[in-house]
Ligand binder design. Structure first.
Ligand code: SF4
Ligand code: FES
Length: 250
């Protein structure tokens, strides 16, 4: 296939960026999107030009690094799919493909398609600890967990912290990510003790980082490559309210 790529190029956070057009020939439909970018970069390096910077690591949909907007959609046109799992068969010969970094105040662009997502790390850190008994690892059967709770925790824990929910949200809200993190810890007995305080602290950090508020638009759920449900945001709101009431009566 022959494509025309329009890629956001930005040398540093301090410099202004712009879209640069690159024609690319010989794209196989079996390539992943990242392999296609590798091919572009090999072409640029051969010409003595700076390759396009982009984040990637696992290339199997589990690390959340390969974050980019493709034709205006977070992670591209396929639902429930990360950029590294997106294949060029989703595009047609002659297509124009627009590739940009996440756009959100809390995710400043570092270079080209790479943004700083450390705000997510600070939100997780602000949640603090979970109460566990120290000592030897207890037998798994001494802590029975209802299957429904275990399934719910696993659904939330599927979040890979990619930030697509923020990039897709008109408010640049990080609530789906935050709700997934609060949700998986709160569903398990080890995480229940601090559940309400954790929700309060993590929401406060989310707001300090400059993410917007959730107004139930649901773009986050549509863009999420792990299809995390916005029901976790509803649960987060309940946990937050309980945390606020507990703080008042303390
Ligand atoms: S909730 Fe989904 S879109 Fe948001 S960070 Fe987690 S995996 Fe990515
Ligand atoms: S490179 Fe790890 S999820 Fe895409």
């Amino acid at each position: 296939m022959k494509l025309t790529l329009h890629v956001w190029r930005q040398k540093s956070p301090a410099e202004a960026g712009s879209m640069v057009t690159y024609p690319l020939d010989g794209v196989s439909p079996d390539m992943s999107f990242l392999e296609m970018l590798d091919t572009l970069n090999e072409t640029l390096i051969r010409k003595g030009e700076e390759p396009v910077a982009f984040d990637q690591d696992c290339r199997e949909g589990i690390c959340g690094s390969c974050s980019m907007m493709i034709n205006g959609l977070a992670h591209g046109p396929e639902r429930g799919c990360t950029t590294c799992q997106l294949h060029m068969r989703s595009f047609k010969d002659g297509d124009h493909v627009y590739v940009e970094p996440w756009r959100a105040r809390a995710f400043p662009v570092l270079k080209d398609l790479v943004v700083d997502r450390s705000a997510f790390d600070r939100i997780i850190q602000s949640g603090g600890f979970v109460s566990v008994n120290t000592g030897g690892a207890p037998d798994g059967n001494t802590l029975p967990i209802p299957k429904v709770d275990q399934e719910r925790a696993m659904d939330a824990a599927a979040c890979i912290g990619c930030g697509a929910c923020v990039a897709a949200c008109p408010n640049a809200s990080g609530m789906l990510f935050l709700a997934a993190k609060v949700g998986h810890l709160g569903a398990m007995p080890q995480g229940k003790t601090e559940r309400h305080d954790r929700a309060k602290k993590m929401v406060a950090q989310h707001d300090r980082e400059g993410f917007g508020h959730c107004t139930n638009i649901n773009e986050c759920e549509a863009a999420c490559p792990k299809e995390i449900s916005t029901q976790f945001i509803a649960q987060l709101n309940r946990d937050f309210a309980a945390g606020a009431v507990r703080a008042l009566v303390k």
